[in-house]
Design a protein around this ligand. Structure first.
Ligand code: GDP
Length: 299
C-alpha cells in the first residue's frame, strides 16, 4: 500500500508511492534520484530551468545521504517556498482616490470573474468600488461583468458596443472621482490576435486616465489561467510588452492544474502574485500562501 502521503497525487507521492512503501523508508540521494526529482517537477509544469535550480539547491551538500520521502518532500517544499515567499503579496492599497487598477489578460483567463471577486472583497472591507467594462467589443463580456457587479453590489460602467474603451475609462475616472470611490477597476480587451491594436488600445486608456491622475493606473493586474501551464510564461512576456504589468492573479488553481508554473513565473519574473482563483464562486479568491502552495505541490 502507498504511504499516506502517496495518496495526494503530488510530486513526491509519484516518486515514493507504490515502489518504495512508507514515507519513512530512506533512499540514497544520488544522481538518479536527483534526475527523477527534476523530471517530476518538470511534469508538474515547473519548467526545466526552474526545476533544475530547485533540485540543485535541494541536493547541495546532501548528495550520498540517505533521506526519507518525507525529508525530501520537506526539503523541496522549503526550496519552493523560498522562491515563492517574495512574490506572495496582496494587492497594495493606497490612500489615493480612486486607486486605479487596470486588469489585463487573454480572453478566458478569468478577468471578469476575478474583477467580480476582487470587487466583492474590497466592498466587504468597506471600500467604495467602481468597475469599468472596458472590453467594449465583446457584448458578452460586458454582460458578464454586469452580473458580477450586481453580485458584488458594485456599479459597472458600460458603453455602447464597439465604442472607444479609452473614452469609457475617462468617464469612469470622472465618475469615480466625483463619487469619492476608493477603487476603480478597469476591464480591458484580451484579444491577442492583433497585438498592435491591443497595445494602442491599452496605451490610449492609460493616456486618458493620466489626464485625470498622472499616477494612474496604480496597478496593472495580469490575470493568468493556471491550466494553460507553460503558456502562462509567454503570456507574461507578451503583456509586459503591451502594458506595465505590476502583479499577477493566477486563476483556476482549484482544478487539475499542476500549479508548478507559478514557481517558474516567480523564478523568471518575480512579479507579485496578489491572489489565486480557486473556483467559480464570488468567494473563491484567496491570498497566495507560499508554504501551503509548496506543501501541496510536493505532497
Ligand atoms: P475572461 O474572458 O478573462 O473575462 O474570463 P471569465 O472571467 O469569463 O472566465 C472564464 C471561465 O473561467 C468562466 O467559466 C469562469 O467561471 C472560469 N473561472 C474563472 N476563474 C476561475 C477559477 O479560479 N476557478 C475555476 N474553476 N474557474 C474559473
Amino acid at each position: 500500500d502507498p504511504a499516506p502521503e502517496a495518496q495526494g497525487g503530488g510530486v513526491l507521492s509519484r516518486l515514493f508511492g507504490r515502489k518504495t512503501g512508507p514515507a519513512e523508508v530512506k533512499r540514497v540521494l544520488d544522481d538518479d534520484m536527483v534526475e527523477s526529482l527534476e523530471e517530476l517537477l518538470i511534469s508538474a509544469d515547473m519548467g526545466v530551468e526552474t526545476a533544475l535550480r530547485v533540485t540543485a539547491n535541494m541536493a547541495e551538500g546532501r548528495m550520498g545521504r540517505r533521506l526519507s520521502a518525507r525529508e525530501i518532500k520537506e526539503l523541496l517544499a522549503s526550496e519552493i517556498a523560498r522562491i515563492m515567499e517574495p512574490v506572495a503579496k496582496p494587492l497594495p492599497l493606497y490612500p489615493t482616490k480612486p486607486q486605479v487598477v487596470l486588469v489585463v489578460g487573454v480572453n478566458g483567463s478569468g478577468k471578469t470573474t476575478t474583477i467580480g471577486k476582487l470587487a466583492s472583497q474590497f466592498r466587504a472591507a468597506g471600500k467604495k468600488v467602481v468597475i469599468a467594462a472596458g472590453d467594449t467589443f465583446r457584448a458578452a463580456a460586458v454582460e458578464q461583468l454586469q452580473i458580477w457587479g450586481d453580485r458584488a453590489g458594485v456599479p459597472v460602467l458600460t458603453a455602447p458596443e464597439g465604442s472607444d474603451p479609452a473614452s469609457l475609462a475617462f468617464d469612469a475616472m470622472t465618475k469615480a472621482q466625483a463619487d469619492g470611490a476608493d477603487l476603480l477597476m478597469i476591464d480591458t480587451a484580451g484579444r491577442l490576435q492583433n497585438r498592435a491594436d491591443l497595445m494602442e488600445e491599452l496605451a490610449k486608456i492609460v493616456r486618458v486616465i493620466r489626464k485625470k491622475d498622472p499616477d494612474a493606473p496604480h496597478n496593472t493586474l495580469l490575470v493568468l489561467d493556471a491550466t494553460t501551464g507553460q503558456n502562462a510564461l509567454s503570456q507574461v512576456e507578451t503583456f509586459q510588452k503591451l502594458a506595465d504589468v505590476s502583479g499577477l492573479v493566477m486563476t483556476k488553481l482549484d482544478g487539475t492544474a499542476k500549479g508548478g508554473v507559478l514557481v517558474a513565473l516567480a523564478d523568471r519574473f518575480g512579479l507579485p502574485i496578489h491572489a489565486i482563483g480557486v473556483g467559480e464562486q464570488i468567494d473563491d479568491l484567496a491570498p497566495f500562501d507560499p508554504e501551503e502552495f509548496a506543501a501541496a505541490l510536493t505532497g
